[in-house]
Every structure is written in C-alpha cells, then in structure tokens.
Design a protein around this ligand. Structure first.
Ligand SMILES: [Zn+2]
Ligand SMILES: [Zn+2]
Length: 390
C-alpha cells in the first residue's frame, strides 16, 4: 500500500472515530474534529490493533482515550514493542480475558497535552510507558517504590480494570492517556523505537541483575536469548559480569558474543553441562516455556540464586528435583518487571552504557505475522510496531 493511500485511509478512519465519538457524547463531529488538533484536553479518538478472540487475527479498532485528568499526560504513541506477554494474554495462557483487547506495554512517543497539575512533563517531551499505568500508592510496596509488587494489585497497561471501571487498552495504538507518575522520561541518547522494549524486557532483566548484586567479575548464566535474554546479556555485561549464554539456537552464537557473552553453550536435550558445575554466581532464566530446571540448578555455586523471569502457560508447571536446591543451599527465585523509579534508572543506565535492544520495525498490519514468528521462536529479538505506519 502506498504511503499516500495509507495516509488517506488513516485520515478517513480517524474522522470516522471522531464522528463516532461525537455521536456517543452528543456533540457534533466538527467540534471534536477541531479539538483533535493542538493541545486539547480530550477525550481523544484513537485506533489500535485489537484482539477479538483468543485465536483470531488482530483487527483495527477505533476507540477513545479518556479526557485529561489533572495529573494525566496525553501521549501520541510512535512505537510499541511486541512482548511475548501480549501473546500469552490474548491466547488465554494466563486466564480468560475480555475482548476486544488491545495489548502492548512497551510504548514510546511524545507528550501532546498535559493536565492542569502535571509537574514533570511538558508538550514535546519524549516519553514511554511500560507494564503499569497506576497502583494503589498507599501500600508498603508502593511506598517503597515497588509499584510492580503493589499489594492491592497495580493497574496494568492492558487488560486491567482502570479507576473508571473500564478495561485498560494497551500500546498497539496511536494514543494513550496516563497518570504522570507512571510515565518514563526517555533520555535523548535513546531512539524512540529502541525505548519501548527497554520498558518491559529491559527492566524485567535489569531488576533481578541489580537485586542479586551482579557486579564486576561475577559469573552469570543467561538462559534463553530472545527478547528478554539478549538484553540480559547486554545489561549483565555492562554491569561487569562474565556472561555465559545458554541457547537452543546455534545461529545465535555470534550474536551472543557480539552482545558481550564470554561463552555460549548450546542447550540441546541431553547436552552435557558437567564442565560448568558450580560455575555461576547467578542465573537468569528468560525462557517463557516449561523446561527442565534440574539441568541448570547444579551449575550454581553454593548459595547462588536461579531466577526465572519468563512465564509460559500457567497450566504447565515446572518441577525440580527435591535434592537439587538442598545440596548447595541454592535458591529458586522469580522476578516481575521493576518499579517506576527503577525503570527510570534502568533507561538512564542504558543511555550511559549505549545499550539498545535489537529491533525489527514492523507496520501495524504486520503484527499477526510477527506474533507467529515469536511463537515459532523465529523472532529477531524484538519486533517494534511503528504506530504511524498503518
Ligand atoms: Zn512484556
Ligand atoms: Zn500499592
């Protein structure tokens, strides 16, 4: 489809959305159309790639983002990363969801309007939004900056019940309105297209690397080198660790070394890891499938932790042998993204250390195909949807 054709189709859709919203609100389309330019306070017409069922293709949906509250920031989304969580959510791997649902929690774009009490953002700022758009703010975890572990349940960027009772719609869309406390500033050194994947995949690996004190000279195993794992290799290397990658894909060996790994081990069924027994101070497992952890636990030094961040189908539980953790006082842990301040710290760390995700840009209409490739483990690390592409 030519660019000009594409543009006119999108203009038509946008106009339709404005007229539709106008009818629903009892105001004329022309009033809303006029409001949709400049820094008006919304509500804002938006469109996005929505799932209408667990198995069907994504389809373009017109919808509306809420009018700006005093603390809200309106963001024109330029890019959104494709995370495996998006697929697990829609496919029902983590429970039933309500359709239609727009997923995506690796958003990057620019501020186009701010609410009356917004302190930290102005129009034109480059910003991003990760996996959360709100939390209770009063529980001990929120007070400690761990909004990701909010005891009252945080509001996820998609598929969560929002304060107004609606279900949150995610970043495979053109526009979003978010409370400023959950908006991340993107440093100038980071391209907007690269920013999104850092806000889920990046923080998901950064947080445990910091929590388990990965520092210069530590021997770290990164298990799986997809969207999460490849950033794990880059971040652990930047923290000074001596990184070994375990991958099922022989063709990723050169990439792993380019990302900083000292050693690459092919993780084939029955592969012999005995030379690496008790070699690691920490292991970060990014594989979003059930797999045999018994092969990896003995590779830890005494007292070392094996941390999982990839989550597959909840119906498939992992089991580990009863003796494995006991023998060398090892710990099996999990970690879930990171807090807002920690996410800001992570992206500034990436800017200082020139860390960027390996991305392949796709058009909105190419998202289904990208999902197929992610599931088939053929994704080139991270797909990023260009929201201005149609
Ligand atoms: Zn994610
Ligand atoms: Zn809380």
């Amino acid at each position: 489809m030519s660019k000009s054709h594409n543009t006119s189709r999108r203009d038509f859709l946008r106009q339709s959305a404005v007229l539709g919203a106008g009818a629903a609100l009892g105001v004329s389309g022309s009033v809303l159309a006029q409001q949709s330019s400049g820094s008006h306070k919304g509500p804002y017409p938006a469109e996005g790639m929505a799932a209408y069922s667990e198995t069907g293709p994504l389809r373009l949906m017109q919808f509306e983002r809420r009018a700006l509250g005093p603390k809200d920031v309106a963001i024109k989304i330029h890019y959104c990363g494709v995370c495996h969580s998006d697929i697990h959510t829609v496919r029902g791997d983590w429970g039933k969801i309500q359709f239609p649902q727009i997923v995506g929690h690796e958003l990057a774009g620019e501020v186009v309007a701010v609410g009356s009490s917004v302190n930290n953002f102005t129009i034109g700022n480059r910003v991003g939004v990760g996996t959360m758009v709100n939390s209770c703010r009063i529980c001990p975890e929120c007070h400690a900056g761990h909004e990701n572990y909010c005891l009252n349940g945080n509001t996820q960027t998609y598929g969560s019940k929002d304060r107004d009772g609606t279900i949150t719609q995610g970043g495979y869309s053109t526009f979003v309105v978010v409370d400023e406390d959950f908006v991340i500033k993107i440093p100038d050194a980071i391209d907007l297209a690269d920013a999104g994947p850092l806000l889920c995949a990046g923080i998901t690996v950064y947080s445990p690397l910091r929590r388990w004190a990965v520092t210069p000279g530590k021997k770290v195993a990164i298990v799986g080198m997809g969207g999460l794992g490849h950033l794990g290799v880059k971040l652990a290397t930047a923290l000074g660790a001596d990184v070994t990658v375990f991958t099922t894909s022989p063709d990723k060996t050169n990439d792993a070394k380019r990302f900083g790994a000292k050693q690459v081990v092919l993780n084939r069924d029955g592969a012999d890891f005995s030379k690496l027994r008790h070699a690691f101070d920490f292991a970060l497992d990014t594989v979003p499938y059930k797999h045999d952890l018994n092969r990896f636990i003995p590779l830890l030094k005494r007292d070392a932790t094996y941390c999982r961040v990839g989550v597959g189908k909840l119906a498939d539980s992992n089991e580990i042998g009863q003796m494995n953790l006991v023998l060398y006082r090892n710990a099996l842990a999990g970690s879930n993204t990171g807090g807002i301040q920690e996410t800001q710290d992570m992206i500034e760390f990436c800017a200082r250390n020139k860390i960027r995700p390996e991305i392949t840009k796709i058009r909105m209409q190419g998202t289904d195909d990208a999902w197929r490739r992610v599931v088939a483990k053929q994704a080139p690390y991270r797909f990023v949807i260009d929201m201005t592409s149609g």
